[in-house]
Design a protein around this ligand. Structure first.
Ligand code: ADE
Length: 246
């Protein structure tokens, strides 16, 4: 998976994209991150990337020319495929979630445009971006952190990036449910014991416990998610015992 980032703040990507999962995946060649400075696509001495809004009011707007030139240069040089999505990070975009991460993980390559200031010229949305994504209903100083969130969530779904396929498949949300509680040694810590079933070595019983606790946690914290989940007869029985849908 190749990511192209268009940003005014290249330095923001250095730490987060070099550590942990992302750093390891990059060193192993499973993903690559190409950061492009939008100012490199300006032509005036001051490398201007923003201007006043025609509508007046506070703040500045990102000019269209450097962004169009950046994407077109990448496409013409073959660095970015003709059909690869160009995603604008903006609070006005489609809400990012695990399903969207799964959709994006099927692509070979993504370009991510990080907006700053009050926003980007509307012609960027209309004629350059193929998609717009928001990571949540709050306003960040720019799209950089949002782009990193998208990259990390998508990269975890790329084959080989996380330890085992099973560990990604069991994530909260992949199953449509929140993840069950996790325990490690010691089995008793300050008098608080891990559930006996987890120490029993009975794989089928452990799997049933995990499923039941996933259901319990989802019911307690995000009951809205249960609507989208396929439930077995046993799931329904447990949920009834927990007071759901009775
Ligand atoms: N830029 C500013 N806020 C954002 C958000 N919530 N999601 C994506 N990009 C943004």
């Amino acid at each position: 998976m190749r990511f192209h980032i268009l940003t005014l703040f290249s330095g923001m990507f250095e730490g987060p994209m070099g550590e942990s999962i992302m750093g390891r995946a990059r060193r192993r060649g499973l993903i690559s991150v190409h950061v492009h400075d939008i100012r490199d696509f300006t032509h005036d001495r001051r490398r201007t990337v923003d201007d006043y809004p025609y509508s007046g009011g506070p703040g500045m707007v990102m000019k269209p020319e450097p962004l169009f030139e950046a994407v077109e240069t990448l496409r013409e040089s073959g660095e970015l495929g003709e059909a690869s999505p160009v995603i604008l990070l903006t609070p006005q975009g489609r809400r990012f979630d695990q399903r969207l991460a799964e959709e994006l993980a099927e692509r070979e390559e993504l370009a991510l445009i990080c907006g700053r200031y009050e926003g980007v010229d509307e012609r960027v949305r209309e004629h350059l971006a193929t998609d717009e994504i928001s990571i949540g209903d709050y306003v960040l100083g720019g799209g950089e952190l949002a782009a990193m969130v998208v990259m990390e969530a998508v990269s975890r779904l790329v084959s080989g990036v996380v330890g085992s396929a099973e560990s990604a498949a069991n994530d909260s949300f992949t199953t449509g449910l929140l993840q069950h509680p996790l325990y490690t040694r010691p089995s008793v810590f300050r008098g608080w014991a891990a559930p006996d079933v987890l120490l029993s070595g009975h794989h089928a019983e452990v799997a049933r416990w995990q499923r039941r606790e996933s259901l319990r946690r989802t019911l307690e914290r995000r009951p809205d998610l249960l609507d989208g989940v396929e439930l077995s007869a046993e799931d329904r029985k447990w949920l009834r015992e927990m007071g759901y849908g009775t």
